[in-house]
Design a binder for this molecule. Structure first.
Ligand code: NAD
Ligand code: LMR
Length: 309
């Protein structure tokens, strides 16, 4: 099967995603698109020239021509402004709304059957925009944030315990914002609950650091936000779809009653396969978890109201 991946935005996240895509061999063809003349071509050429050194044979090209996305199986949208210190992700809503709208309008005629993975912030509102503008079914419109937030949570737990991050399993649900829900009850190290391994105080510190994980990096970078793990996280989702892996990953999806919530995009664990969203993995939340999850949902609803689509 020919597997074609489109990546929109040849900035920090889009370039990282393109790099991970060829290194992980998730697609036979990767097309990077940006509106800035020459930018995607230059970035793609640079990545392509690493092929003989690293040893891959996938095709990667960059262009300003949307037609190059013809029949792409998956398209990742990273186009849009990143935040700077002192800004919230919400501050990007108006400017990125127009960008995401125009990207989706340009993608759909060329790749009408693709799965869209939206990365642009504020993510839960931007994936809603892509859903409305594309008219695609909910199975083919997904937002990336949970993979990144869960990776941060797992990394901080591993760091606190001095164990390999590979052995830490944990998930973060909800909005990609301050009210995200890093689940403490289900976080474990090789099956051992973290509550049996770490004091409550340390766990609370890790939870808070995870919730503010994006801002911590913005405060160091000054002119932009995280890109390496965000790029990889988007590729993890694309790979699950392109290879029909049935991975269980937390993604922002349109809920239709799952977790007692409907008509909103928010992060929940789902099964990702060839059809995109194949199933929402619903499980009972404790009353406290539910309370935070509903706060998340309320925050996303506020963002969606501002969009007016
Ligand atoms: N969901 C997440 O977890 C997550 C993580 C990291 C970054 N982000 C978001 O991803 C977005 C991109 O971040 P970045 O650091 O790559 O920014 P960046 O400024 O480095 O790159 C953005 C790119 O988008 C391009 N672009 C703008 N309008 C476009 C259009 N209409 N069509 C095609 N390309 C267009 C720009 O030319 C630029 O190259 C930001 O909104 C950021 O907040 C989200
Ligand atoms: O924090 C940001 O603005 C970028 C991204 O959402 C992140 O969490 O790294």
């Amino acid at each position: 099967m020919k597997r074609k991946l489109g990546i929109i935005g040849a900035g920090a996240v889009g370039t990282a995603a393109a790099h991970w895509a060829v290194v992980k061999n998730v697609a036979e063809e990767v097309v990077l698109v940006d509106i800035v003349e020459g930018l995607a071509r230059g970035k793609a050429l640079d990545i392509a020239q690493s092929a003989p050194v690293y040893g891959f044979s996938n095709r990667i090209t960059g262009t300003e021509d949307w037609a190059a996305l013809k029949d792409a199986d998956v398209v990742i949208i990273t186009a849009g402004r990143p935040r700077k210190p002192g800004m919230s992700r919400d501050d990007l809503l108006q400017v990125n709304l127009e960008i995401v709208k125009s990207c989706v309008e340009n993608i759909v005629p060329h790749a009408p059957n693709c799965c869209l993975i939206v990365v642009t912030n504020p993510i839960d509102a931007m994936v809603y925009t892509a859903f409305k503008v594309s008219g695609f079914p909910r199975e083919r419109v997904l937002g990336m944030a949970g993979v990144l937030d869960s990776a941060r949570y797992r990394y901080f737990i591993a760091e606190a315990l001095g164990v390999s991050p590979k052995d830490v399993q944990a998930l973060v649900m909800g909005i990609h914002g301050d009210h995200m829900l890093p689940l403490i009850r289900l976080a474990n190290v090789a099956g051992i609950p973290i509550r049996d391994l770490l004091p409550e105080e340390k766990i609370n510190e890790i939870v808070e650091r995870t919730q503010k994980g994006g801002a911590e990096i913005v405060s160091y970078l000054k002119t932009g936000s995280a890109f390496t793990t965000p790029g990889l996280s988007a590729i993890e989702m694309a790979e699950a779809i392109l290879r029909d892996e049935k991975r269980v990953l937390t993604c922002s999806v349109w809920l239709e009653g799952e977790f007692g919530v409907k008509d909103v995009f928010v992060g929940v664990p789902v099964v990702l396969g060839a059809r995109g969203l194949e199933k929402v993995l619903e499980f009972p939340l404790t009353p406290e978890e539910k309370e935070t999850f509903l706060l998340s949902v309320a925050e996303v609803r506020k963002q969606i109201e501002k969009i007016g689509l």
